[in-house]
Design a protein around this ligand. Structure first.
Ligand code: PAF
Length: 279
């Protein structure tokens, strides 16, 4: 596996392999876990060349402490990527990715304004800035993203449309711990007590699916929030039940189109997100 620190090293390494066939790309912020490993495995199975990036992107953090505390495990990340058959990893400095400040402002309409967009101002603009730059450096045929960041996938698809990018965005299922907690780099920041409480999030979402049979959407939202908030380690920031494409709230299970529940929960200083499909 080749480790590239600069954009020119990266471009050279990729151009040497482009004639072999498709380039698959897995962008990450490092602190890799089994969820990332599953993205690399899928990318490996579907492409001649697997490129990953490990870059904690400052422009997508609306909270300075979150950026400071974000786990950084570069050596372990490189070992995991190599073990999964990654060919090229890009591990740049901030200056390499942003030689000049990126002042672009994207407009994603409703999908950028609700849920994470409402609670983390500027977050998706930063995601679009970095992902568009990475796509420009790598020029992949396919890029792989985990469905835990459900709204992020919608944002990236919209960004590609706005910029006229034709690569395929591949959505990959959430990988969970044995107790149901969605894998996240932030899980390592939980205290043992917080870690023990966190599976309540998925347990509650999973249990709420059966409620469709007798409870309406509003009652279900209220029930999910109450269940999770009744654990004193957990505080729901938002829970919404939305159309999977528009991300607008739905008011009935009869809604035409598929429906997801999306949640953000504060666990001490750590913020976790998860989602579930209702139909
Ligand atoms: O999902 C992530 O880890 C990040 O938001 C991404 C897509 C790598 C951009 O920094």
């Amino acid at each position: 596996m080749k480790i590239c620190r600069t954009v020119s090293e990266l471009k050279n390494a990729i151009s040497e392999r482009r004639s072999l066939g498709s380039i698959g790309f897995v962008p990450t912020m490092g602190a890799l876990h089994a969820g990332h490993a599953s993205l690399i495995e899928r990318c490996r199975a579907e492409n001649a060349t697997v490129v990953a990036s490990v870059f904690v992107n400052p422009t997508q953090f609306n909270d300075k402490n979150d950026l400071k505390n974000y786990p950084r495990t570069e050596e372990a990340d490189a070992a995991l990527l190599e073990s999964k058959g990654c060919d090229i990893v890009f591990m740049p400095s901030v200056e390499e990715v942003y030689p000049e400040p990126d002042t672009r402002v994207f407009d994603f309409g409703t999908i950028g304004a609700v849920m994470e967009g409402a609670h983390r101002p500027g977050h998706f603009n930063g995601v679009a800035q970095v992902v568009s730059r990475l796509f420009d450096f790598v020029n992949p045929d396919k890029a792989y993203f985990g469905e835990k960041d459900f709204q992020q996938i919608a944002i990236i698809k919209s960004m590609c449309k706005q910029l006229g990018l034709t690569l395929e965005i591949v959505e990959c299922p959430i990988v969970r711990e044995a107790d149901g907690l969605a894998m996240s780099s932030r899980n390592t920041l939980l205290s043992p007590e917080q870690r023990a409480a966190a599976p309540v999030i998925h347990m509650t979402l999973a249990a709420s699916v059966a409620r469709k049979e007798w409870a309406d959407v509003e009652e279900t939202k209220k029930w999910v929030k109450e269940q999770i908030d009744s654990n004193n380690m957990l505080k729901v920031e938002y829970y919404d039940i939305v159309d999977s494409l528009t991300l607008c709230s739905v008011d009935s299970w009869e809604h035409d189109g598929s429906i997801y529940g999306c949640i953000a929960v504060q666990v001490g200083d750590v913020r976790l997100i998860d989602n579930i499909r209702y139909k």
